[in-house]
Each structure stands twice: as structure tokens, then as C-alpha cells.
Design a protein around this ligand. Sequence first.
Ligand SMILES: *Cc1c(COP(=O)(O)O)cnc(C)c1O
Length: 390
Amino acid sequence: MSETPQIDTPVERAPDVGELTPPDRTLMGPGPSDVHPRVLRAMSTPLVGHLDPSFVEIMDEVQELLRYAFRTDNRWTIPVSGTGSASMEAAIGNLVEPGETMLVPTNGYFGGRMKSMAERAGGEVAEVDAPWGEPLDPVDVERAFDEHQPDVFGFVHAETSTGVLQPNVPELTDIAHAHDALVIADTVTSLGGVELRVDEWDVDVAYSGPQKCLSCPPGASPLTLNDRAMDKVLDRKKEPRSWYLDLSLLEGYWGDDRSYHHTAPITNVYALREALRLVAEEGIEARWDRHRSIAGDLKEGLQNLGLEMNAPDEYWLPSLNAVRVPDGVDDGAVIEYLLDEYDLEIAAGLGDLAGDVWRIGCMGHSARPKNVEFLLAALEDALAEQGYDA
Ligand SMILES: *Cc1c(COP(=O)(O)O)cnc(C)c1O
């Protein structure tokens, strides 16, 4: 039997914890990204109730702004309370009924998370294969459809674990619809950063997160469903396993009734509203262009240091740059050095790419020339420290 650890502090004594002074980091990892000062200001405005008439108006505005960012007319466009994974689980948990089959990709970390969520929803899972670092090939998707006849097809538009952007989205959605399946797109690292056209590309469901290309703190996560998808959700034979994320119940709050389901994270909704207002002011297409251009400078700078991008140019993902760790360089030591010496965050590779790449985000408010110059200079120094000669 293990002993219960003894706690030194008697419960009567109040913990002596100082004022919160987080370090002032530059966030160039896979998210969160730097938050715009206007978003931080919006978060310090007074709270109102989640059914206050003024908040109902804010909800309408957030929904309208989200439709703009997603390029959709979907009535069913809401922020889900929670992080991107909550929005992801709302999509999968409502769309996949027990016994149904979901087709998921194997080319990155988040396809694996789709699989886990589909299984927990009571679904069967079939896989369409591609190596980590490559996109799905429509030919393979077609073959997987013929073989498994899935009811739902999920793919990751912007794979944050590999820095790969999935091209040919309309081709993938055509294949799925020809087989009477619904499509769920993971757009967590694409919404507000790279070209994404939900309606034109006929994506049935897209989920996202606020702390990547929208440069907003995590907490309220975008989700959109077209009528075809929502009809399926409302016609389910069995209710979804999660009460909290049951979209047929959330309809009462975000739909016409505006009746209580749970207390919305008011402050996060304020933040999302301001972040989306910044998107609308910039213009969504101009914002996509900015990401391509600023991340293009980053890519060029990395290549000038003699580094190699993990993804070929055709599927390069501007918002997440996976760059190969040169031989003889310790990837973790570089990450630590950047954090200690420069207050600069980048990330290591995950899964099949662990130890092979660094992941450098260029998202939202972090996608600025100033950040790119800073990162390239700091990285050059960190590499020199490792004995690497650029
Ligand atoms: C970050 C991310 C998620 C999960 O979002 P959380 O906010 O961490 O829950 C899902 N998919 C992709 C592609 C992501 O980059």
C-alpha cells in the first residue's frame, strides 16, 4: 500500500501566491498565436448575462461574422463553448450515429483524434492512408469509399502536425456526396489564415478553433453545418452521448429561441467577436494573401539559413511551417534556447515527425514582418549555438 503524501501547508494558512506576471512571449508555435491588443481589451469589458438582450445581439453579430469568415450562408454557424476539440467532438459526436462508419485520414495527428472521437460516438472507423507530411490523394479516397461505403468522411484541411495543406477539397467533397456521405472538415488551422470556402467547396460541416489564425484566446470555437448535416442531426434515432455538445439542444440557445442550455463563456464570445471584426476589417481574402506573403518571407528566410521545408511547395501550409531539423542539431535544445533567450515559442514535431521537424506558426496577429525578422534572427543565433553554420 502506498502512503498518502503529507502536505506541509496547513489548510488554515492562505497560500502566498504573488500577482500574475506571465512572461511576454512571442507566440510562433502551432497555437495559441499572439492575441491582438483589441481582443485583449474586449476581454476586460464588463460581463452581462448570457440571456441579456445586449448579449443576444452580440450572439447574432458573432454568427454573422463567423459566416463571413467561413464563406458560408449556413444558418447553423455558432461558437461552441470549449476549445477546438470541443467543436470537433460536437461535429463528430452529432454526425456519427452508433454503427455508422466514418472514414478518417492517417496522414497526421488530428486524423487520429478524429478516429478516437468517432469510436467513442459508437461508430466504426475506416481509414484512407497517406504518409505523414503528404495530403490525401482523391484516387485513394475514391477507393476507400468503394471499399467501405462510409456514412461520414472527415479530413484535415490544414494539418498542424505536418504543415500540409490539403488541396483539391471540392474533388474530395464530390466523391463523398456521390456516395451519399457527409463531409466534416477540420479547419482549425485554416479559418482566417488560408483560403477556405465552405459553401463553394460544398463542405457539410467545418469546425475550427479561435487561437490559431483568428488570434483569439481559446474558449469559444467556431462550427458551421449546412442544412443537409443539420437535418441528419435532428433526425438521429438515438441522442448523442454528450449532453453538453448535443446540437439539437444547443439549437435552443443559438437558434431562434435563445433559451438557456448552459452559460456561454461570455468573455470568450466578446473576444471572438473582436477577433472576427478584425478579420472583416482586413477582408478575408486580403487576410489569406497576407498569410501567404508573410509566411512566404518566413519560408524564404528559413531556406536562406540552409533549412529545408518538410512539405513540398504545392501543399505548403502558410499558417504552419514544418521545417526539417538539420543533422547534428538537437531540436529540443533550440526550442529551449529560443524560449529562454528570446521569449519566443516554436514547437517540436509530433508523432511520426517527432525529432525531425520544428513547427513554426505564422498565424493571425503573429503573421507580421516584425515577428518573421525576429524569428529568423533568433533562430540563426540558436543554430549557431548548436555549431550549425548557416
Ligand atoms: C489545435 C488543433 C485542434 C484542437 O484544438 P484545441 O483548441 O487544441 O482543442 C484540432 N485540429 C487541428 C488541425 C488543430 O491544429
